[in-house]
Design a protein around this ligand. Structure first.
Ligand code: OAD
Length: 241
């Protein structure tokens, strides 16, 4: 059982760090599981800044497929359960996912570390992304005349929201990590940004070897284990963690 200490009138801060696994049961493939996206596509040819410079049409086509995919999927029980946490806790989602399933489930505070596929931006700046509802094409430009690209952080680029994510996690009482292989840095390093007092839980069906095992691993699928965890946290609100 998970025990949290809740001071009277004080909302505990929960940060939820999510990866592709939380969207797997919505029908979006993960990256590194067998049959994952990086088995079907060559990462270096579609998801790097070099790829954009060498073959932008291929990169645009790859991300347009991702955009089309999310139009046809829905948030699952795990996305929905996280919204219920907000009844009691101060919740922030930090997601590596470029889908918008947390938004569509109704979570309020969401930080997209690796960008958002429903947005585009100028090639010159990662600030001021805007919603897109049609494929981006070569020759599509901003009002200032700069080529538009997907609002995605590619391998070889800085992760502009890292500092914000680190600040959120360093101030949390409870970190819930869901559906990520923790193989991609700097995002994977975020689990070490917690204070020593924070409780850490990972929900994932995979196997992990944490050197300093301060993370409790709940092994299983997000759609089953996340609602159970959320129910447990909501029930114990007065004397938990
Ligand atoms: P990965 O594909 O590396 O890992 C997916 C994780 O989801 C694995 O640990 C699986 O065990 C787990 N998983 C699979 N099915 C699940 C389910 N039903 N419920 C819960 N977990 C499940 O994906 P990420 O760790 O998200 O970056 O990948 C991180 C980054 O690598 C992505 O953001 C993307 C990618 O390349 C960029 O493109 C910049």
């Amino acid at each position: 059982m998970i025990k949290i200490h809740l001071m009277e009138n004080q909302k505990k801060k929960i940060v939820v760090l999510t990866g592709a696994g939380i969207s797997a049961e919505s029908g979006l493939g993960t990256f590194r599981d067998s049959d994952g996206l990086w088995e079907k596509h060559n990462l270096s040819k579609v998801a790097t800044i070099d790829a954009w410079h060498k073959n932008p049409a291929l990169v645009l086509s790859f991300y347009e497929q991702r955009r089309q995919q999310i139009l046809n999927v829905e948030p699952n029980e795990a996305h929905h359960a996280l919204v219920r946490l907000e009844e009691i806790f101060d919740v922030s989602i930090v997601t590596q996912n470029i889908d918008n399933l947390h938004e569509r489930a109704g979570s309020k505070d969401i930080l997209h570390l690796h960008g958002l596929i429903t947005q585009g931006r100028s090639v010159l700046s990662d600030e001021n992304p805007f919603s897109i509802s049609a494929p981006i094409r070569l020759g599509d430009v901003t009002a200032e005349g700069h080529q538009i690209r997907p609002h995605i952080v590619w391998f070889g680029e800085e992760v502009p929201k890292m500092t914000d994510a680190e600040q959120l996690i360093s101030a949390c009482d409870f970190l819930i990590v869901i559906g990520t292989s923790l193989k991609v840095y700097p995002a994977a390093g975020l689990i070490h940004s917690c204070s020593v007092h924070a409780k850490k839980i990972l929900v994932d069906p995979g196997t992990f070897n944490f050197p300093e095992s301060d993370i409790q691993h709940i092994q299983g699928k997000a759609s089953e284990k996340v609602p159970e965890l959320v129910n447990s946290l909501l029930k114990q609100q007065n004397h938990i963690l």
